[in-house]
Design a protein around this ligand. Structure first.
Ligand code: FAD
Ligand code: MLT
Ligand code: ZN
Length: 484
């Protein structure tokens, strides 16, 4: 990948202009004229996995939509490339610069603007941290319709930009359904005010949908309006071990049938992923024995006792039928959190063990886990499995949102290694294409899957995306070098 010479290099004059707009000293981190800023800029250049590293020398932190508009207008007129950055928890290298693009960090735009306590509509600035939004909603008896392991740092604007799926999509649906409106700034500084608060609005093209999942390639989302459901009074969690993937599928069918309207999550973890969590946390496992597969079920309803009894009956039934080998039910909030830790903690555990090659895919359930087995066999046959310097792969594991047919295939290595990457790519993408799956279920394409979009989208669709991109961003300043 080469730096695009259409983009200008930053000068003192540019920096002075941005300082003039933003006023406050802390809203500009300037490594262009100040060598000492390098340490402060470093976190904006490195992604969460430490796999991608940019070389930006300027970070701008707008405080208002007007700031964003002025910044983008100037960048567009002066051919300066930019990368919007939220919480920088993205897992595909989309949130960090590749070369010297300016980072526009949304962290200062974090105000909750409005909440309709009857309708459940939340309006907030895009830099609001997901967990902060959810805690605000909890105080009103509502819940944010998205939850994920990075909730403490990711921002709702970043969530929209990646169209994040997370742990309860099964219950609350995708952001394409729950987001009611957005305000966004286009690359030329135009503000698109589509901050609709209505559930129904069929007046022409639904433009906001283009920004949901665009990964910052069309403009910067500055405000979000979202439909939030009532927070359930009761939450129950079960965790169980199974002897095969086939049985996990049967358990899913039973869960849908028996728990129906109270089912709010159905998550899958293989034995390997749980071993990695044990290795890093040293926590005592929730079940006595060890199994090749584990599932976590969550219910959310209005009556803890009633839901608990339902979940208990379900667990007894699936154990009697020989579907589930062993299981446990959380008895209180602490246990609920501990059981969720075995699922949500996998990503973090992996990050402590060196490099991880991550593939976030969607494949019809029947075939889904076969990808992990075929990948493991391939890595082994290539002599890469062994957890030594010569054979750097520690484990090939799978986990994910089984309720949404979304698998996370992860290859844990001592360090990022070209040999491993070449063994995995394009193998994994070809495997998925052959089954009409998606190479990007919920994380996006970013830089990681830049070359591979055509494994899941046909030429007509890709060409149309290019035309949309060039209509919104004719100078290509928005998050360049990434997937489009
Ligand atoms: P960033 O990482 O900062 O940015 C992501 C992309 O969005 C970039 O392309 C960036 O340019 C763009 N962007 C950011 N803000 C804006 C904006 N305001 N306007 C326009 N573009 C913008 N993802 C899931 O889908 N499901 C999960 O369950 C899940 N779990 C995770 C668990 C962990 C521990 C971690 C580290 C990540 C997880 N992720 C998950 C991935 C990640 O958290 C999500 O993709 C999240 O939505 C990214 O939000 P962010 O604010 O960190 O965005
Ligand atoms: C998850 O479901 O845990 C997240 O998408 C993060 C990951 O894939 O590791
Ligand atoms: Zn996920």
């Amino acid at each position: 990948l080469k730096r695009d010479e259409r983009f200008n290099k930053l000068t003192q004059e540019h920096v002075d202009y941005f300082r003039g707009i933003l006023g406050s000293e802390s809203a500009v981190i300037d490594g262009v004229t100040n060598d000492k800023a390098a340490d402060d800029i470093e976190p904006f250049n490195a992604d969460w996995m430490r796999k991608y590293r940019g070389h930006c020398q300027l970070v701008l932190k707008p405080g208002s939509t007007d700031d964003v508009s002025k910044i983008l207008k100037y960048c567009n007129e002066n051919s300066l490339a930019v990368v919007p950055q939220g919480g920088n928890t993205g897992l595909v290298g989309g949130s960090v610069p590749v070369f010297d693009e300016i980072v526009i960090s949304m962290s200062r735009m974090n105000k909750i603007i409005d909440f309709d306590e009857v309708g459940g509509t939340l309006v907030a600035e895009a830099g609001t941290i997901l967990e902060v939004a959810d805690q605000f909603l909890a105080s009103k008896g509502y819940i944010f319709p998205l939850d994920l392991g990075a909730k403490g740092s990711c921002q709702i604007g970043g969530n929209l930009a990646t169209n994040a799926g997370g742990l309860r999509l099964l219950r609350y649906g995708s952001l394409h359904g729950t987001v009611l409106g957005i305000e966004a700034v286009l690359p030329d500084g135009t503000v698109l005010d589509d901050l609709c608060k209505l559930r129904k609005n069929n007046t022409g093209y639904d433009l906001k949908q283009l920004f949901i999942g665009a990964e910052g390639t069309l403009g910067i989302i500055t405000k979000v309006s979202i439909q939030c459901p009532q927070r359930s009074k009761a939450q129950n969690v079960a965790f169980f071990g199974l002897e095969s993937y086939e049985l996990a599928q049967q358990a899913f069918r039973e869960a849908k049938g028996q728990l129906s309207e109270i089912l709010s999550a159905f998550e899958l973890m293989d034995g390997g992923s749980q071993e990695l969590v044990v290795k890093v946390t040293n926590n005592k496992r929730p079940l006595e024995g060890e199994y090749p597969f584990y599932c976590l079920i969550e219910t959310s309803g209005s009556n803890a006792e009633h839901d608990g009894a339902k979940l208990e009956t379900f667990l007894e039934d699936v154990m009697e039928k020989g579907i589930v080998a062993d299981g446990t039910l959380a008895e209180n909030e602490t246990q609920i959190r501990a059981l969720w830790g075995w699922r949500e903690g996998i990503t973090e555990a992996l990050s402590h063990l060196g490099g991880t090659y991550k593939y976030d895919v969607s494949i019809p359930l029947a075939d889904m886990y076969q990808l992990v087995e075929d990948t493991r066999a391939r890595v082994d046959a290539a002599g890469l499995l062994g957890d030594t310097d010569e054979h750097p792969v520690r484990a090939v594991v799978g986990y994910g949102h089984m309720g949404d047919a979304n698998l996370h295939l992860n290859i844990s290595t001592r360090r990022f290694d070209k040999r491993v990457e070449e063994c995995l790519e394009p193998f994994v993408y070809e495997w998925i294409q052959a089954r009409q799956g998606s190479i990007s279920a919920e994380h996006g394409l970013g830089l990681q899957k830049k070359k591979y979009i055509s494994y899941s989208r046909n030429d007509t669709a890709v060409q149309l995306m290019r035309r949309v991109k060039s209509m919104f961003d004719p100078n290509g300043i928005m998050n360049p070098y990434k997937y489009i």
